[in-house]
Design a protein around this ligand. Structure first.
Ligand code: N01
Length: 506
């Protein structure tokens, strides 16, 4: 596969973020872009997470692009294959796929201050780009636990995000490590056919009932044929979700009603008081991601499922040994321990104008960006799903669209104003993050009494947005050029120009 020598915009990642960026750039007239992805098709996390029971825990109506609603969702919470099929269909019908290259990874990106370009190195060759967009997603790098002996286990071991479909779990003794969003979907499914499932819980999660139902044919007909019907349904769900934002961002005690519903959810399925107490969390609802399920507790109550809360001491060739000294023999281990959202893996490959990598820059103070989008010292670099753009209460697709709007407006502004580079002022970046972190102190993620993957090693929440989605939309609606140091483009061939030979601005 050959790559062009130069593109205006280079996007890394072909999930929801990269796809939305491509479609919106194309729509805006900025058609000279390239999207690369290490996978073999679009979808990102929805392409990679194919574990049994994988289902979105955000309502379907909110889990699609606002510019490409899907009237055909079959249920109120969509299963993974439907989301993946939706993304595939949007990619195919949008006319942008000719600028996607699959099976290609970015291995290096160095800002060339003289040429005002990114010098890019990929597994398919080198090229330059004016603008680099990191849309690799926050949940793309599986995190494996550091457990003694895990590498020596003789049976099958795989992460929930890299499911081994060749391995038949029926009739086997399976260990599942973790009780997060992935595990609570996996366990009820595999317990149906496994001989035994041992669930290793370090911290009990809050789990609310999932109000799931099929979407009727009449509703689907209305969504397709009645103008505004689906927008209305989406709007109602959107505002219903937005009304819960203060539980997370302002006043955790507002979550008491939901917490009571979660406790009822436990007592409905589990009768044993000791087991009830082991699955009841010891932190405020919302501090970790609130999970939804109708079959998690029922699965834990099954005869062939055991909840193990003694920590894992080590793994041997055929068993897991817990802190109490007991050895639990298993045939396979499913690692459902999540991802590495507080360290953007791409950051180690991106080198800014002072020669330091983005990961080195962030190592000191933790991940941070201006409006989740840009970093001082890294001109013309934009993130989709950047630092502090995640949510506890609604759909990431809303946040992705806001970030894409900011990117597209930046690209348009650069073109209109003849700018070679834009770099956020360090003071603006600092002030933005100081405000954001001050606000973070009020949130349930800081006050709820838990240790979550939202926090980095410094204890700072670098993943979530501590306000409403509409505030984020307002914050990112326009590329605010006043916050940036701008360098005008020098026309090719003009005296004093530093533009590289053969480079033609597009
Ligand atoms: O990962 P997690 P996930 N030894 O980090 C435990 C999204 N998602 O893959 O709580 C033993 O939530 C850890 O324990 P603790 C969603 O945003 C969305 O389940 O840290 N256990 C926890 O129980 C979600 O939040 C959907 O004490 C260890 C679990 O592993 C995110 O992905 C579906 C351990 C990890 O839970 C991640 O979810 C699925 C160790 N060393 C996922 N290390 C949708 O439906 C960690 N754990 C949209």
């Amino acid at each position: 596969m050959t790559l062009p020598e130069h593109v205006s915009v280079f996007v890394v990642g072909a999930g929801f973020g990269g796809l939305a960026a491509a479609i919106q750039l194309d729509e805006s007239g900025a058609r000279d872009f390239l999207v690369v992805d290490r996978g073999d098709e679009v979808g990102g996390t929805w392409r990679d997470n194919t574990y049994p029971g994988a289902t979105c825990d955000v309502p379907s109506q909110l889990y699609s692009f606002s510019f490409a609603l899907n009237p055909d969702w079959s249920r109120s919470f969509s299963p993974q294959p439907e989301i993946q099929a939706y993304l595939r269909r949007i990619a195919e019908t949008s006319g942008v796929l000719d600028r996607f290259r699959f099976g290609v990874s970015l291995t290096g990106a160095v800002w060339d201050e003289d040429l005002k370009l990114w010098q890019l190195e990929t597994t398919a060759g080198c090229l330059t780009a004016e603008v680099l967009v990191a849309a690799g997603g926050a949940l793309s790098e599986p995190k494996s636990p550091a457990i003694d002996g895990l590498a020596d286990f003789a049976g099958a071991v795989f992460h929930s995000a890299r499911w081994n479909h060749e391995y038949d779990l029926a009739g086997k003794r399976i260990a599942v490590i973790g009780t997060g969003a992935s595990a609570i979907q996996i366990v009820p499914e595999i317990a149906k056919t496994a001989e035994r499932v041992d669930v290793y819980q370090r911290t009990a999660p809050w789990v609310l009932p999932r109000r799931d139902r099929p979407i009727s044919r009449a509703e689907r007909f209305a969504f397709r044929h009645v103008p505004g019907a689906q927008r209305l349904a989406r709007g109602l769900i959107y505002w219903g979700r937005e009304a819960t934002a203060p539980i997370f961002t302002l006043q955790p005690s507002l979550g008491r009603v939901a917490q009571r519903a979660a406790i009822k959810n436990i007592s409905r399925s589990i009768t044993d008081p000791a087991q009830r107490s082991r699955v009841t969390p010891n932190f405020v609802l919302g501090c970790k991601r609130v999970l939804i399920s109708n079959d998690w507790y029922r699965a834990l109550a099954r005869d062939n499922v055991e909840l193990i809360t003694d920590g894992i001491a080590r793994v041997t060739a055929n068993s897991i040994v817990t802190g109490d000294g007991l050895s639990h023999e298993v045939d396979a281990i499913v690692i459902a321990t999540g991802f590495q959202p507080t360290e953007m893996p791409l950051a180690q490959h991106i080198v800014g104008k002072d020669g330091a990598s983005l990961s080195a820059r962030w190592a000191e103070h933790g991940m941070q960006a201006y409006k989740g989008a840009t970093v001082a010292g890294f001109p013309n670099l934009f993130f989709i799903v950047g630092p502090n753009t995640g949510l506890g209460h609604s759909s990431m697709v809303l946040m992705i669209e806001s970030q894409v709007a900011y990117l597209v407006d930046a690209v348009k502004t650069m073109r209109r104003s003849g700018l070679a580079s834009v770099e956020v002022e360090p003071a603006r970046l600092g002030a933005f993050n100081d405000r954001l972190q001050r606000r973070m102190k009020r949130t349930v993620w800081s006050r709820g009494g838990c240790q979550s993957w939202y926090l980095d090693d410094h204890g700072r929440n670098v993943t979530l947005w501590p306000r409403s989605t509409f505030t984020f939309r307002a914050v990112t609606a326009r590329f605010d050029i006043a916050a940036y140091r701008c360098t005008p483009r020098v026309p090719t061939g003009q005296a004093g120009t530093s533009v590289r030979a053969g480079y033609r601005p597009r």
